[in-house]
Ligand binder design. Structure first.
Ligand code: KG4
Ligand code: ZN
Length: 375
């Protein structure tokens, strides 16, 4: 474990999608200051518009960084390292956030570190602020289910920097499926929370929707067939407004189908890696009560812990980026070269090509080898 006191406090920036976020962490991972600005403009447009998101990040960052420093009671000069998400995500936002962090690093003469967004999500359950009273950080190895608007993956976290991707979606992400079905049902964006609310009035058995890939080996996901099946039930109503009860029954049946599929995939994952000690869930879809409850039941049946970080740390945030940087630095990883380029697609398995030779050697000791095949 490396001494990282000279590299902290660190300031982290997250701009990979539509949340502009900044956080400052000390050497123990305590959150000294945190700010998130969720871009509202996309709601009226029914989804994230990449160009608008990038511009909004650019506009928001200076004030957000100042606000976070104020909340931490620190000056810019007190920051010892600047970290930013460098992928995967929307390239415009990644360029804005990482360039801003690099600019601050250069201006202050401090190092810069680029962090993988997925790594941030799956290490979050180890962040002290993510633990509720009485909870302890999950021991390695643990199973992470990342379900958000942009991602849907099942990953074994074997150690910091050692990940095995067991499966992922072959079409839509889980959040995308919720958003698209919600739109068909006439609900606003983002659709997940509205769909869950409407589903409370519906019967989850009302429609026999398909359970894509259920019963098949592996841990991949597929949601597009399910979405099409919902569309077929809506078609007969043409331009008429969908009766509320029909919409509620469809919402409940869809939510049930997604939950069944997720449960099936997680059971396969647990059979593949029976040595895991915890099941952790992250991403916006982890807010779904029905899904959470089913996952909690599965974990309890397998005698393992279930952990779901508080929602603000489940969704996109900068604390997770700062925490991933800390975990890597503690493992002896060194900061990145300032020329490190952001990558819209960055599989967890691929190490940054710019890391100095000394760090790459670390991988042969097992600390930093990354093993999964795609983003
Ligand atoms: O992690 P997140 O805030 O942003 C990224 O996509 O990175 O996830 C947002 C997604 C949206 O698709 C939203 O509809 C979904 O999470 N979501 C939900 C719920 N709350 C948010 N899906 C199902 N049920 C919910 N309660
Ligand atoms: Zn995310």
């Amino acid at each position: 474990m490396s001494d990282i006191s000279h590299l902290t406090p660190l300031l982290a920036i997250e701009t990979s999608c539509d949340d502009t976020a900044c956080a400052i962490l000390d050497a123990h991972g305590a959150l000294l200051g945190e700010s998130v600005l969720s871009q509202e403009d996309h709601a009226a447009l029914g989804g994230v518009v990449p160009e608008l998101a990038a511009r909004a990040h650019l506009k928001a960052l200076p004030e957000l960084v100042e606000l976070t420093l104020r909340r931490a009671g620190l000056e810019l000069e007190d920051i010892a390292l600047f970290a930013a998400t460098t992928g995967p995500g929307l390239i415009g936002g990644l360029i804005v956030g990482s360039s801003y962090a690099k600019g601050l690093a250069m201006a202050c003469g401090k190092p810069f570190m680029g962090i993988n967004h997925i790594e941030g999500h799956i290490l979050t359950p180890r962040l002290p602020a993510a633990l509720r009273p009485g909870e302890t950080a999950p021991a390695f190895p643990y199973l992470a289910l990342l379900v958000s608007g942009g991602h849907c993956q099942c990953i074994t976290v074997e150690d910091t920097g050692q990940y095995r991707r067991l499966g992922g979606t072959i079409d839509d992400s889980a959040g995308e499926a919720f958003d698209k079905v919600a739109k068909m049902l006439g609900l606003g964006w983002p659709g997940g929370p509205a769909l869950e609310k409407l589903a409370r009035e519906g019967d989850p058995q009302a429609y026999g929707l398909p359970r894509p890939l259920k019963g098949r080996p592996g841990c991949d996901f597929s949601f597009s067939g399910l979405k099409t099946a919902v569309a077929r039930h809506i078609e007969p109503y043409g331009r008429e407004a969908l009766p509320r009860q029909v919409a509620a029954d469809l919402a409940a049946s869809f939510q049930q189908a997604v939950t069944d599929v997720m449960a099936d995939r997680i059971l396969n994952a647990l059979a593949l890696v029976p040595q895991v000690t915890s099941l952790v869930v992250a991403g916006g879809v982890a807010a779904n009560g029905v899904l959470r409850q089913r996952l909690e039941e599965i974990a309890s049946q397998h005698g393992i812990t279930f952990l779901a970080p508080p929602l603000r740390l489940c969704t996109d945030n900068a604390a997770m980026i700062g925490w991933a940087a800390l975990e890597r630095l503690k493992q002896g990883e060194v900061p990145d070269d300032i020329t490190l380029a952001p990558r819209p697609r960055w599989p967890l398995s691929e190490r940054q090509p710019y890391r100095p030779q000394a760090t790459q050697e670390t991988s042969s000791t097992g600390h930093s080898s990354l093993m999964e095949p795609s983003a």
